[in-house]
Design a protein around this ligand. Structure first.
Ligand code: NAD
Length: 358
């Protein structure tokens, strides 16, 4: 059996012993699910150990996962012991047998730390909102201010960390991952969503300027490479994880008159496949998601006064006759973050209403 368990809790110094005992007892009562001895070892070697010794408590906050274990910990350690004032327990990937992966827990993204780039608006913002609503701990990274995204996460009942980051700059992506580790102690997934899209100038291939071509490649391709280089050590340290690269129908279909964009998204698919083969041994899966035209600010900017016509053309090529909304993508993203997709890697999943069929 292969376990990866961690329980973090904040309590008053004098309550440490009692809280540890209560949590151990709670876990012991689920002996068939988790081996107590292993969990005890994980607690004592947890990187969050120093939190045990904080003499002052943090604000009262309980965020409960659907898992029976965390619920039990809640009762044993928080409710019955008023001196334990904050319990943040996540028991994820706790039982990596195929049997456990079929349960409700395995579907869950609860407690997972997920970095989403390009999260200040549009689709990235929706990913952060959906992840926060599902109990994950998203990190919203963008060159622009993410405070609107953080507010959305809050109103969805969760919370998110905002980080300024330029994916084209390797030192900036390193700092993004460092901020996630500082805040949450681990990284479980990376969603490479940032791209030069809304601000792109289209046209026949020979009219695209060299500067525009280079900018698309720098942000859309090199940006993902930078983020992966920064995040993979943290994913390895977490025992594995999920990288999701946002490609596009532009690549799977071959959209004309934006050759720099189309080419950059085709590169994303190639990078996904090569990286999946390199990182499989680290239990890191790498997949791409290829949406068709989604109604976002970026799409409005991109098509400008041709928006309605463009959306009609896209719709007419789909099996499902309506345009894609950002929320249509959330289910696929949550599934790829969750352990349920643990054996899916190197794939490009089209969320395009049935435009391109493989
Ligand atoms: N909207 C669509 O129709 C559509 C379709 C298929 C694929 N996609 C892809 O989905 C993703 C999001 O699309 P969107 O419509 O939300 O785009 P958008 O243009 O609205 O948002 C992109 C976000 O990325 C950020 N960003 C740009 N450059 C960055 C950089 N160097 N570092 C960090 N952040 C940066 C922007 O500030 C912005 O918040 C993109 O990868 C896009 O190519 C979009």
């Amino acid at each position: 059996m292969n376990y990866d368990c961690q329980v973090n809790f904040y309590c008053k110094r004098q309550a440490l012993h009692r809280a540890t005992r209560d949590i151990s007892r709670a876990i012991a009562s689920h002996a068939g699910v988790i081996e107590r001895a292993l969990l005890r070892r994980k607690i004592s070697s947890s990187p969050m150990k120093t939190l045990f010794y904080r003499s002052h408590f943090h604000r009262r906050q309980f965020r409960w996962r659907p898992s029976r274990i965390t619920t039990h910990l809640h009762h044993a350690s928080a409710k019955n012991d008023p001196s334990v004032i904050f319990v943040d327990s996540f028991v994820d990937r706790w039982y990596r047998s195929p049997k456990a992966r079929t349960g409700r827990e395995a579907m869950s993204v609860e407690g997972k730390v997920v970095i989403v780039t390009g999260a200040a608006r549009g689709i990235g913002q929706e990913y952060v909102r959906a992840l926060a609503a599902a109990g994950a701990r998203p990190v919203a990274a963008d060159v622009s201010d993410c405070s609107e995204t953080i507010d959305l996460a809050k109103s969805a009942g969760g919370k998110a960390l905002g980080v300024k980051c330029d994916v084209a700059d390797a030192s900036s992506t390193d700092a993004m991952v460092a901020a996630a580790l500082k805040a949450f102690g681990r990284v479980d997934a990376l969603i490479n969503n940032a791209a030069l899209y809304g601000g792109l100038r289209g046209g026949r291939f020979e009219t695209i300027t060299e500067a525009d071509w280079d900018a698309a490649m720098t942000i859309n391709v090199k940006g993902i490479w930078n983020c992966c280089k920064s995040a993979v050590p943290a994913l390895r340290a977490a025992g594995g994880g999920s990288i999701i690269n946002i490609a596009s129908l532009a690549a799977t279909f071959g959209t004309p008159f934006v050759l720099h964009y189309t080419t950059s998204k085709a590169a994303v698919i190639g990078m996904t496949r090569g990286l999946a083969r390199e990182l499989g041994r680290d239990n890191i899966r790498v997949n791409a998601v290829a949406p068709s035209a989604v109604i976002t600010e970026g799409t409005r900017e991109f098509f400008a006064n041709k928006l309605d016509k463009a959306l009609d053309v896209v719709k007419s090529g789909q099996a499902i006759q309506r345009n894609l909304q950002p929320s249509d993508l959330s289910g696929t993203i949550l599934w790829l973050v969750a352990d349920t997709s643990a054996f899916v890697t190197g794939q490009t999943i089209s969320v395009d209403g049935g435009t391109v069929m493989n």
